[in-house]
Design a protein around this ligand. Sequence first.
Ligand SMILES: [Zn+2]
Length: 266
Amino acid sequence: MPELPEVETIKKYLERKIVKQKIQDIKIFDRKGFKGEKNKVIGTKILKIKRKGKFLIFILNNSYNLLFHLKMTGQILFFNFLRNSEINKATKVIFVLNNGYLIFNDVRRFGWVKVVAEKNLKEEIKNLGIDALNLTFDDLKEILSKTKRPIKLVLMDQRRIAGIGNIYANEALFLAKINPLKPANSLKNEEIKELLEAIKIVLKKAINYGGSSISSYVKPDKRKGKYQEKFLVYRREGEKCKNCKTVIEKIKLGGRSTFYCKNCQK
Ligand SMILES: [Zn+2]
């Protein structure tokens, strides 16, 4: 699933390409993937692109927004010219802009884009926690103190912290040397500090590498991200820990694959 670094990479790319452009038309291929009335946004200009957690938001010039969630396998592509070969079974929506074509693809079909009146945007994302890049020590301490659930599950809980999914929860916990099963409220101040630092380091590094392309995620120009080449533990089960050479283990936690070094992560 695209997480904060992947959505941020898409946002940065689109900021350079489609801000100030006009939406001339919207072609919907999968009705389930487009919520709301397209007529409300045809003819508008894209003023700004924002991200909150894993949501991408286009601010338009008529008090409407477009809210995207890529879910498991969503892709956003942008091309100046549209080749027929770019349209396939995964294509949900094509936005025809002044300067090109924004294509929203999703193989698994859970992703969506929604037309939202600006005044309703807050309501739409009201359950979303603090964006992981804005998290402070006090925020994190407060969030962790309220629950004894395993720390990894709390990091991935979008209602508490927005943007961290399975990849970056695994990576940050390894970097902070914290066991993913550890009860959240048992972390000491020093560990919380280490964890906060690790979260920021991992997310920023992943953004610098254009995100992780392990399944369908690509940048809007279809190039792959490169952070998957830098994984510390994610999908490295059976391989040696980069710190201590202990074999990395894989367990299931909350139904998700969890990777860790039992020697380094106490
Ligand atoms: Zn180790």
